[in-house]
Design a protein around this ligand. Structure first.
Ligand SMILES: [Zn+2]
Length: 440
C-alpha cells in the first residue's frame, strides 16, 4: 500500500492542491488530504511525487489501430475517395503481422500521449478472431488497457474480409468475449458498424448481444452529411430516428460521431439515455463538420472523446482532442464560454470510463490506478497558478513525465518502458515497403 502526495491532483473530477491518494495492487483505494489519509491507512509506504500534476489516464473512446499504417496516404481527400482509394484497397494488404505492427504503432503513440485505455473498433476479421487477438496482444505489449469493439459488418460493398453474417458475427464476438472473460486489461464489446455498413438485423443482433453480455455496444452514427441524406431518402428518417425505429437505443448505446444530428435527434438521444464519443479532429480532418458538443452537454448526454483512426486525424492524443473539442465549439458558436477546459478534461477521462462501463478515468476510490504525471516545471504548464487550464489549452507532449496503467509505469520521461520504439519504426518500414505515397 502506497500513500502518494503531489502538488496538483485532478481527483474526483476537481483540481486540488497538495493532495493525496492511496494505491494498492493497481487500484486506487482512497483519495483525500494527505494527513487524513496517513491516519486512515496506517500500514503504508509514503511517496512524495513533488512538483507534478497527476491526472487520470486518458480514455480514447474510438480508434482503428491498423489505420495508423495508412497515415498520410489519403490526406486531403473527401471521405468517399479516402474510403474507396485508400482504406479499402490498403486494408486488403494487411496480414496478421501488419495488423500487429499497425496496432503497436498506434498504441505506442497513444501511450506516449497519455492514453491508458483505448477502444479499438476493429473490423479486419477474416471470418475469425485471430486478427482481433493480435490487436489485443499488441495493446498488452505496450501496456494499455483495451476494449476491442468487435465490428459487425455485412454491407457487401466492403472488402470481403470485413464481412460476416449476423449469426457468424454474434458467435465470434461471444467467443472472443469468453477469451478475455477474466482479464482486467482487455474487454470485448459488440460494434455493429453503422446504418450504412450493417443491416437492421445485424444492428439488432449487436444490441441484443450487448444486453446478453451486460456491456455497451458501439455504432458509428451520422458522421457525414451523406449518411443523413441517405437515411432520409431510404427510410424517411434521420439516422438517429431510424435506429430508434429498430428499438436499439438505450443507455447501452455508444454512438460514435453524431455530427449530423438535429434538435429532434438530440431529444431522442437524451430520452433513450444514449452515450456519445466525440471525435473533433477526425470530423474536421474529413470535412464532416463539428458535432454539437454544447447542446449534448446541455441535455446531459454523456460525451467522451476519441481520436478515431490514425489516418483521419492524424495525431493519436486525447489531450489534443480536449483542446480541439473546446476550440471548435467556441469557434462554431462564436462564444468563448461555450465549453470549458474542465468540461473537456472530464470528457477525455471520467466520461470515457462511464461510457465504457469500466472503473477507469477517475482518481477516486475503487478505480484503476491509471494515471498521467505531468511536470509542473515544463514551460508549457507555466504560470503555475493557472496550470489547470494549461493542461488543456497549452500543454505540449514533453510535459508528460510518466504514464501509469494499473499501477505499472508504461511511459517514463517520454519513452516506452516495455518496447523499444525503434523496433516499431523498423517494423513499420518493413510492412510499408513499396507503398506509394501521394507525391510518388
Ligand atoms: Zn470509426
Amino acid at each position: 500500500m502506497t500513500l502518494v502526495t503531489a502538488e496538483l491532483v485532478f481527483a474526483q473530477d476537481r483540481w486540488r492542491r497538495r493532495h493525496g491518494f492511496v494505491l494498492q495492487g493497481g487500484r486506487i483505494l482512497a483519495t483525500g488530504e494527505p494527513r487524513e489519509l496517513a491516519d486512515d491507512y496506517l500500514d503504508h509506504e509514503r511517496e512524495d511525487w513533488g512538483r507534478v500534476a497527476v491526472v487520470p489516464g486518458c480514455v480514447n473512446g474510438h480508434a482503428h489501430s491498423f489505420q495508423a499504417l495508412l497515415r498520410g496516404f489519403g490526406d486531403d481527400l473527401p471521405f468517399m475517395a479516402w474510403r474507396d482509394r485508400v482504406l479499402y484497397p490498403f486494408s486488403e494488404r494487411l496480414d496478421a503481422d501488419a495488423i500487429r505492427t499497425g496496432a503497436l504503432l498506434d498504441f505506442a503513440e497513444m501511450a506516449l500521449a497519455g492514453v491508458t485505455t483505448v477502444v479499438d473498433f476493429f473490423y479486419l476479421h477474416d471470418h475469425g478472431n485471430e486478427n482481433d487477438r493480435v490487436v489485443i496482444e499488441a495493446a498488452k505489449e505496450i501496456g494499455l488497457r483495451i476494449v476491442l469493439a468487435r465490428s459487425m459488418y455485412d454491407w457487401s460493398g466492403a472488402p470481403k474480409r470485413y464481412l460476416e453474417s449476423p449469426e457468424e458475427a454474434v458467435r465470434h464476438t461471444r467467443e472472443l468475449a469468453d477469451v478475455v472473460a477474466s482479464d482486467t486489461r482487455a474487454f470485448v464489446q459488440p460494434a455493429p458498424h453503422s446504418i450504412h455498413a450493417a443491416s437492421p438485423e445485424m444492428i439488432q443482433a449487436g444490441a441484443s448481444l450487448a444486453e446478453d453480455l451486460g456491456v455497451p455496444f458501439h455504432i458509428h452514427v451520422a458522421e457525414g452529411r451523406y449518411e443523413r441524406e441517405q437515411s432520409l431518402s431510404q427510410h424517411g428518417l434521420s439516422p438517429v430516428r431510424f435506429l430508434d425505429s429498430l428499438g436499439v437505443l438505450s443507455d447501452r448505446t455508444v454512438m460514435v460521431h453524431c455530427v449530423w444530428v438535429d434538435e429532434d435527434d438530440l431529444s431522442v438521444m437524451a430520452d433513450r439515455g444514449v452515450r456519445v464519443i466525440h471525435n473533433p479532429s477526425a470530423n474536421a480532418f474529413l470535412g464532416d463538420g463539428v458535432a454539437p458538443l454544447r447542446e449534448m452537454l446541455a441535455r446531459r448526454i454523456p460525451v467522451a472523446l476519441g481520436t478515431d483512426g490514425g489516418c483521419t486525424n492524424n495525431r493519436q492524443s486525447v489531450f489534443e482532442e480536449m483542446r480541439m473539442a473546446a476550440l471548435l465549439s467556441k469557434a462554431t458558436l462564436a462564444d468563448a464560454s461555450a465549453v470549458s477546459a474542465e468540461d473537456v478534461l472530464i470528457a477525455g477521462t471520467a466520461r470515457g470510463g462511464e461510457v465504457l462501463g469500466l472503473p477507469v478515468g477517475r482518481i477516486a476510490a475503487d478505480h484503476a490506478a491509471d494515471l498521467v504525471v505531468l511536470d509542473l516545471d515544463a514551460l508549457s504548464l507555466q504560470p503555475d497558478a493557472t496550470a489547470s487550464k494549461q493542461v488543456v489549452y497549452a500543454m505540449q507532449p514533453g510535459a508528460i513525465k510518466r504514464v501509469i496503467v494499473g499501477g505499472e509505469t508504461v511511459v517514463e520521461e517520454g519513452r516506452l518502458t516495455r518496447v523499444d520504439h525503434r523496433e516499431i519504426t523498423a517494423k513499420v518500414a518493413e510492412v510499408t515497403t513499396g507503398w506509394a505515397g501521394p507525391t510518388t
